[in-house]
Design a protein around this ligand. Sequence first.
Ligand code: SF4
Length: 497
Amino acid sequence: MNTAESVKTYQIRTFGCQMNVHDSERLAGQLEEAGYVPAGESATPDLVVFNTCAVRENADNKLYGTLGHLRPMKEANPAMQIAVGGCLAQKDRGRIVQRAPWVDVVFGTHNLGSLPVLLERARHNSEVEVEILESLETFPSTLPARRDSAYSGWVSISVGCNNTCTFCIVPSLRGKERDRRPGEILAEVQALVAEGVLEVTLLGQNVNSYGQEFRDRAAFSKLLRACGPIDGLERVRFTSPHPAAFTDDVIDAMAETPNVCHQLHMPLQSGSDRILSEMRRSYRSARYLSILDKVRAAMPDAAITTDIIVGFPGETEEDFEATLEVVRQARFASAFTFQYSKRPGTPAAEMPGQLPKQVVQERYDRLVELQNEISWQENKKLLGRTVELLVATGEGRKDAETHRMSGRARDGRLVHFTPGGPAVDREVRPGDIVRTVVTYAAPHHLVADGDLLSHRRTRAGDNVEAGLRPKTDGVSLGLPSFGAPAAALSTTSGCGA
Ligand code: SF4
């Protein structure tokens, strides 16, 4: 623990999705503005912040278990503070301090910006502070951020979701969709690029509905195109699109904007139209597959990935077979497969026909086996191909043994490569760009063991080498802020869109 009163150390423990990971960057940015510094690995921090997730079953048991472990530390150091934020805090509110009275601050998903003030107030009054707002107070992107990566950054384009998928808790915890103005988004992208970042991922629960708040149906494709001319921005990705709202202008923008990567992560969730309807997902499998056909016609090299839930309430063997059939036709590069589990507070948790664990497990195993085989076949098609990689920090545990490094190809595939050959300029560093040839394909990664064809040192690589990470100020152009209460909240869960 740091005893110098002016320099307090912090640690943030993040659970859940990219949205939370990015929110944690904002929390770190604010804490550093308030004078905190990151705690070293072994040090006992003055402040521990939990950024929680409510999506997984038993998320609360895990949180309370971890908070229990911190109790003796808190008792030994009463000045240490513990804060709990994020989706579970939004859901459980005051219950958190009833179950863990040694917690100092509870804050929700709509008031990330209040954390330093709440900590100060709790310290000053020697009292627990619980502040949960029902709607967004300030768009999180107006807060400063301490970025996790020197070469790759998240940029929020919207928060919340207007859909009502019956398995999803996001709309009830994150509220209705609020869109950021394009000028603010592009200013943040530019600020990141000015710090040396090469790749941005545009982030929203449902990126295709971006613009509905200011009534521009083509806003998302325009945004992609507007990223094109940004000098130094080499890769643009986005997550997640929703099949119901996916329009052809987005495909055209992806194909025609050179720095937009030919990668699409589009959640399928189920291949059964009956189950899609029970999930309140408004597209059907034929529409889903037709989008993939169009994407591949425009970008034959596109890597398409998905999310699939197995064992939704009432799912029959026939429904599951329909999912397998869509998976066979879709030929995903990879899929995130989930076994359905009840998420309290969602309509699906109350539905009849909840399936026994062994049925869900057996179907899940069959799906994983099929998808692994397809992923492997798709990866084998890349043998002998040249790939451009953005070198990453420690993406594979085995890299140290094999003397390989890892990177992501433009289509998002993970490639372990040998950083050798005459093209290497001094040393390859995370954040640099290399080109190499694929020599081996496994279901979930590729290997490139020949000499590099090229190696480009980048500013991002210099920053990694110097231990620097970008810090961006909050980006706001003084456009209307998000103060109005959201209308009735929908009661759903989960997400990947
Ligand atoms: S699954 Fe995605 S699209 Fe559906 S309600 Fe949740 S956040 Fe919205």
